[in-house]
Design a protein around this ligand. Structure first.
Ligand code: UD1
Ligand code: UDP
Length: 364
């Protein structure tokens, strides 16, 4: 099978690396980076650390408002897809890069396969929700991390074939965990000790764009006695400056630049808790036995909440502080998103559903 994989943002480099490795054992992969993320700390470091091959194309689209950014990605992706003529376009998650590639594939010959299909927040005001729903409806092959997401897709009457593969991010954690947890490597941030700090990440538009909500989140984090390490996403750094909150945040929290994946897993594994609005981090926390406090009202990863390892606290300072200081024992961990072989299952599904080289539309 000839595959064009499209990535563009930090979480997609992590999701793509185990799949890409498996894919290249038996198939041909053309890797396309849209350039949505371009800083070394948000892009280059992942390629270096995870040994991801240099992209065959970097479209260099960069930042912008949703429509112009997505449109520019589509314009450039369309040229590459026409030129490369793959059997399949493979996309990950829910970013604007995902949607742009999905729309381009839907209007051209190749089949579209979506990894992390079927996830929903139920909140249409969230840009990622729009991207997910539309991508799922464009897809010929929908690969889901758990049975629940497959049920959602059946309820949505999607056209494509649904396969439960498990979570490719679990594969990624398993591949890097030993390296990240190597005892001889010091914690990547100075002045903190294992189990005596909280890790935090904040980058959702809903949390960064509203100054009152962002201030309340900072208050909730700062109410914890232990140090709080916050690797700052550039969107959040810009928002802190814009809302006049930066100096106050720098005084009360340990603000650091975004760190690479290996360092991040180490920080996450050794934290007493993590406070986050990230999708990926909620799952990684679960895989690394760190209780998660999610700075949102809802989550796509409902299984982690049901299992008692994740609590939704929204943007309320008191609820954030209470959840971060709660030391109640946690229940035993069930297996939620497969056994860490999702990349292999993804490649198997590509082979069995699309392996004869014809598009799904032709086969139907
Ligand atoms: C994007 C995704 C989000 C994902 C996140 C992962 C969309 C709509 N959003 O959000 O789903 O969770 O990536 O991190 O696709 N910037 C830089 N350097 C960079 C990239 C961005 O400084 O390398 C700054 C720019 O000011 C830019 C802002 O960050 O305007 C936001 O970047 P963008 O890619 O639009 O969205 P994210 O918030 O990163
Ligand atoms: N991550 C990282 N360094 C950081 C913050 C996050 O390597 O400073 C990794 C994290 O381990 C996860 C991914 O980035 O694999 C999550 O990306 P992000 O939170 O930006 O996006 P989301 O998952 O919310 O779409």
């Amino acid at each position: 099978v000839r595959v064009c994989s499209v990535v563009g943002a930090r979480p997609q480099f992590v999701k793509a690396f185990p799949v890409s490795r498996r894919l290249r054992e038996a198939h041909e992969e053309v890797l396309i980076h849209t350039g949505q993320h371009y800083d070394e700390a948000l892009s280059g470091v992942f390629f270096e650390e995870l040994d991801i091959p240099e992209p065959d194309y970097n479209l260099g689209v960069g930042s912008g408002d949703h429509a112009p950014q997505t449109a520019e990605m589509m314009r450039l992706l369309d040229e590459v897809i026409a030129e490369e003529a793959p059997d399949v376009v493979l996309v990950y998650g829910d970013t604007n890069s995902t949607l742009a590639a999905a729309l381009v594939a839907a209007k051209r010959e190749p089949a579209l396969a979506h990894v992390e299909a079927g996830l929903r927040s139920g909140k249409w005001s969230m840009p990622e929700e729009v991207n997910r729903v539309l991508t799922d409806h464009c897809s010929d092959l929908l690969l889901t991390p758990a049975a629940n997401a497959a049920e959602t897709l059946r309820g949505d009457n999607v056209r494509g074939e649904v396969v439960v593969t498990g979570d490719v991010m679990y594969d990624a954690v398993l591949a890097v965990r030993d390296r990240a947890l190597d005892e001889s490597t010091p914690l990547p941030v100075s002045g903190i000790r294992p189990d005596e700090y909280v890790l935090a990440t904040v980058h959702r538009a809903a949390n960064t764009d509203d100054p009152d909500r962002l201030a309340a989140i900072l208050d909730g984090l700062a109410a914890v006695d232990d140090p709080v390490v916050l690797p700052l996403h550039p969107r959040t750094e810009a928002a802190l400056h814009e809302h006049g909150l930066y100096d106050d945040a720098a005084e009360r929290l340990r603000l650091v630049d975004p760190v690479g994946y290996v360092a991040f897993l180490r920080l996450l594994a050794d934290a007493s808790k993590v406070a986050t609005d990230s999708g990926g981090v909620q799952k990684e926390a679960f895989y690394l036995d760190t209780p998660c406090v999610t700075l949102r009202e809802e989550t796509e990863w409902v299984e982690t909440v049901e299992a008692g390892w994740n609590v939704l606290v929204g943007g309320d300072a008191d609820r954030i502080a209470a959840a971060l200081t709660d030391r109640s024992p946690l229940p035993p961990k069930p297996e939620l998103y497969g056994g860490g072989d999702a990349a292999g299952r993804t490649v198997d599904a590509l082979e069995s559903v699309l392996g004869d080289g014809s598009s799904v539309a032709e086969r139907a």
